[in-house]
Design a binder for this molecule. Sequence first.
Ligand SMILES: Cc1cc2nc3c(=O)[nH]c(=O)nc-3n(C[C@H](O)[C@H](O)[C@H](O)COP(=O)(O)OP(=O)(O)OC[C@H]3O[C@@H](n4cnc5c(N)ncnc54)[C@H](O)[C@@H]3O)c2cc1C
Ligand SMILES: NC(=O)c1ccc[n+]([C@@H]2O[C@H](COP(=O)([O-])OP(=O)(O)OC[C@H]3O[C@@H](n4cnc5c(N)ncnc54)[C@H](OP(=O)(O)O)[C@@H]3O)[C@@H](O)[C@H]2O)c1
Length: 249
Amino acid sequence: MTEWVNAKVIKNKKWNQKLFKIILHAPISPFIAGQFSKFSIKNHENKNIYRIYSYVNAPNNTNLEFCITRIPNGIMTNQLYRLKPGDIINISKYSAGFFTINEIPSCEILWMFATGTAVGPFCSILQDGKGLDKFKKIILTYATKYKDELIYKKLIQKIQKKYYNKLILQTITSQEKDPGSLQGRIPKLLKNQAIENNVGYIMHKNNSHVMLCGNPDMVKDTTSVLIKYKNLQKHFRRKPGHISQENYW
Ligand SMILES: Cc1cc2nc3c(=O)[nH]c(=O)nc-3n(C[C@H](O)[C@H](O)[C@H](O)COP(=O)(O)OP(=O)(O)OC[C@H]3O[C@@H](n4cnc5c(N)ncnc54)[C@H](O)[C@@H]3O)c2cc1C
Ligand SMILES: NC(=O)c1ccc[n+]([C@@H]2O[C@H](COP(=O)([O-])OP(=O)(O)OC[C@H]3O[C@@H](n4cnc5c(N)ncnc54)[C@H](OP(=O)(O)O)[C@@H]3O)[C@@H](O)[C@H]2O)c1
């Protein structure tokens, strides 16, 4: 049974009609960077429904931040979009998920790939910083349709300063050209080595671990490319490999 606590809305920043971030204060139990929380609301039949959201903030930050895509006719996201400072919603006291750095074997290069709001767990992990000493290089690829949806680019650039040259950011926009971003989709840009050429590092099974987060089609298609062209394997606790996945739906 999920234990719910009241969360008070501190801020609801709407970037556009589609993307928004909410800041909550709530007496949750400690979580690990990369984990997610559950939100509960009542639907139009007055039944409680819940959905899952990843923390963007580091665990030591009491401003609980969530980056959310508003889904047309989506039950939860349209209610969340309308939240105002002072409103109260239910969130789970305990967090969950294994998309965390303690689950990743040490290696030379950690590759992080995110679509859209799924950059959230990586922002949490990078702001936290715990456990990242076991990697020499971290390369975060952040893919959205349009450049104005790269809403965490500035934050990541700020985090980069903390890591000196250890953290590389590669942005991708799929539906328009953006100076500094590659154009297209992650699997194709891995297959034709555009990402590796741009960041200046080559992915090998002996030097790399890959974390994939977001659109399940991206996760599936990218995993296929990594298995076929890079000879990488999915990572499990009982059978270590090189690919860790988090599907958002
Ligand atoms: C581990 C995990 C972490 C998640 N973290 C986040 C998060 O931090 N931010 C967030 O916005 N969502 C996140 N989600 C998705 C979230 O749980 C809901 O599914 C989403 O907000 C839709 O809720 P809804 O009731 O409005 O839409 P529904 O009426 O339930 O419609 C669901 C449909 O919307 C689409 N969809 C769902 N989520 C997304 C998304 N993020 N981007 C694009 N299309 C989507 C899919 O087509 C899906 O079938 C996460 C899901 C998982 C499993
Ligand atoms: N409320 C609103 O006003 C509004 C407006 C528009 C959309 N939406 C909703 O928002 C959601 C879309 O949000 P989003 O753009 O953040 O997420 P998304 O559809 O997951 O797209 C994010 C990125 O993932 C890429 N992608 C998709 N499939 C892929 C695959 N198989 N392999 C590799 N990359 C892939 C996309 O490329 P491509 O561009 O090539 O697909 C895009 O660059 C939809 O569910 C839609 O319903 C809401």
